[in-house]
Design a binder for this molecule. Structure first.
Ligand SMILES: [Zn+2]
Length: 278
């Protein structure tokens, strides 16, 4: 009996060690909390680099890269670096940064599917959930760069229920909720992008779909009303964007490219600026 107990505590300790080792590596899209009285924000990943700002204990930053002990984030619209040894991972997936046109707005980005739910399956067995995560992180990066407070409903391949996605948005008292998806259809030739809303997201849907059609080379399939749960039960203006068909060979090549994802991220930021500032 004692032997089993000891084995169990050893296992728990190893699990703890394993988890802490894992979390010392910055994950793109992961939020960290400052665990020192104050922390310098620097222009490049070095203690000799120029100090461009200061964070206090409890402030949050979102990671977009890592360079030997330094975590890359955004500050006043530009790339900035903080020493990762003073940061602890934060589960709230939330980040505050000042300045920029989206400053003061809380935006929930909801990468659809994840974990046991792969979403649609496209050509070459590409899974919708994987492409969604990559694209959503790019969108979050662009929005943080523009000054927004961004909350992601998932930052890795984990399963999040529809109920939890809505709960995250409602508890954060978000200004808007944007769910990211890719589309699928049995016939290869069908393609294009479209945006769904339930009620309050109508204006936002039009702004975002318009911005996407200006920036992105795919067919504009327009704005559609739909009764999706993440939209219907949301207290905030909520939309769901289908960013192309992964069952269309040509379109899949396009939507897997960096340049497409950058354009999508820029378009969503532009659409939001229009929406909030119009
Ligand atoms: Zn989907």
């Amino acid at each position: 009996m004692d032997y089993i107990k000891r084995l169990t505590s050893l296992f728990i300790f190893l699990l703890f060690l394993f988890t802490t080792t894992l979390t010392t590596h910055a994950k793109s899209g992961q939020t960290y909390e400052v665990d020192a009285e104050w922390l310098h924000i620097r222009s490049s990943p070095s203690v000799h680099a120029e100090i461009i700002g200061k964070l206090k204990k409890g402030n949050k930053v979102m990671a977009f890269g890592e360079n030997s002990g330094w975590l890359q984030t955004y500050y006043h619209g530009g790339k900035a670096w903080v020493a990762s040894k003073y940061l602890v991972p934060d589960d709230e997936k939330e980040v505050f940064l000042t300045d920029g046109l989206l400053s003061g707005y809380t935006i929930v980005i909801d990468p659809g599917h994840g974990g046991k739910d792969p979403g649609a399956i496209g050509h070459n067995d590409v899974l919708e959930k994987d492409l969604i995560l990559i694209t959503s992180l790019k969108i979050a990066e662009q929005l943080v760069e523009t000054g927004a407070t961004v909350i992601l409903t998932r930052v890795d391949d984990s399963f999040v229920s529809l109920n939890d996605r809505v709960l995250i948005s409602n508890q954060a008292d978000s200004d808007v909720f944007i769910s990211i998806h890719f589309n699928a259809f049995p016939e290869d030739y069908v393609g294009g992008i479209n945006t769904y809303y339930y009620q309050s997201g109508k204006g936002l849907a039009h702004n975002i779909q318009h911005a996407l059609s200006q920036e992105v080379p795919l067919r504009n399939r327009g704005v559609i009303q739909s009764n999706y749960r993440v939209l219907r039960d949301n207290n905030s203006p909520a939309i769901l964007i289908e960013l192309g068909f992964i069952t269309n060979k040509t379109e899949l090549t396009t939507i897997q490219s960096d340049s497409y994802q950058d354009k999508v991220a820029r378009a969503i930021a532009n659409g939001l600026i229009e929406y909030f500032w119009e």
